[in-house]
Design a protein around this ligand. Sequence first.
Ligand SMILES: [Zn+2]
Ligand SMILES: [Zn+2]
Length: 325
Amino acid sequence: MLAQQLSRLATEYTYERAKLFAGSEFGNFVRHDIAVEAKKLVTFGTFDLAVKASVGQGVWASVPWLAFFDPLVTETATKGFYVVYLINPNTQQIILSMNQGTTAIYNDFGATRGRDVLKRRARDMADRVPEFAKQFSEAPIDLGSEAGLPAGYEAGHSFGKTYQAGTLNDDMLEADLHQMLLAYAALVNRGGTTPSEVMQEEANGKDIEETRHYILSRRIERSQKVRKAVLKVKPPICECCGLDPKHDYDFSGPISEAPLDVHHAVPLHGLTDGETRQYKVPDDFMVLCPTCHRMIHKIDSPSDLSKLKQQLRFKIAREILDFTS
Ligand SMILES: [Zn+2]
Ligand SMILES: [Zn+2]
């Protein structure tokens, strides 16, 4: 089904984009039907992925696309890295690609330097998951457009596979997509586009395996999506010291902005290389104030809340003793 739909997108796009953008039925077919069908393919997997298809915003894009975003990395095509089907309407080709958000890089470096940065990162990405990259092609892709965004996608392409519309079938599509999503998961697990030395610095000199787990764990904790989901079901109170921003500081803003962290308490050590990480909301998380959060990362087991509470009890005991003396 999706193979057929993508073929239709590639073959009919040039004709359809000659029509009015507003209210285009073809536009709805891409945004809705294609996205729904693609979502079905990933819903039963172990991946927590957002799916989006686009033909442009307000005007027809030169290159329509269907993308899969890991919310730990990005939820938009403008930044981070993600898996995407890019359509070349001129050659009627469908390109499965491990690619990157260009807008954020262009804003940071300008278009010309930005493309160099994208190319470099694209190589780094392939080098970080070589066993997957070699199943695909690292050859440059051609999107048949001189416009800024397509040029960015060409520069940001790390590895992938090109199909001619009409020759693609669902078995092939699903097998390749599955491999590509495994590559995506492995890439996220191994730090994505963050250079090793930066990761090692943050992880404070742990070995590479530990460093990757540490960085991934922190990535999970900082994800806005995860944070919101945890604070939606868990009381907004530090599970260790009981700090309650609402009562203790008269905090009155939205819960998601409360001065509390969500701590990913399940060690990732069991994760074998290339395996998709899993995290359960809220089971795998603790709500902690920033101080307790910092301390729990310093004890031997970052899931040992009772150990942390025990340490804190000395403080409480001290206060009581001071009070009574
Ligand atoms: Zn606390
Ligand atoms: Zn933590």
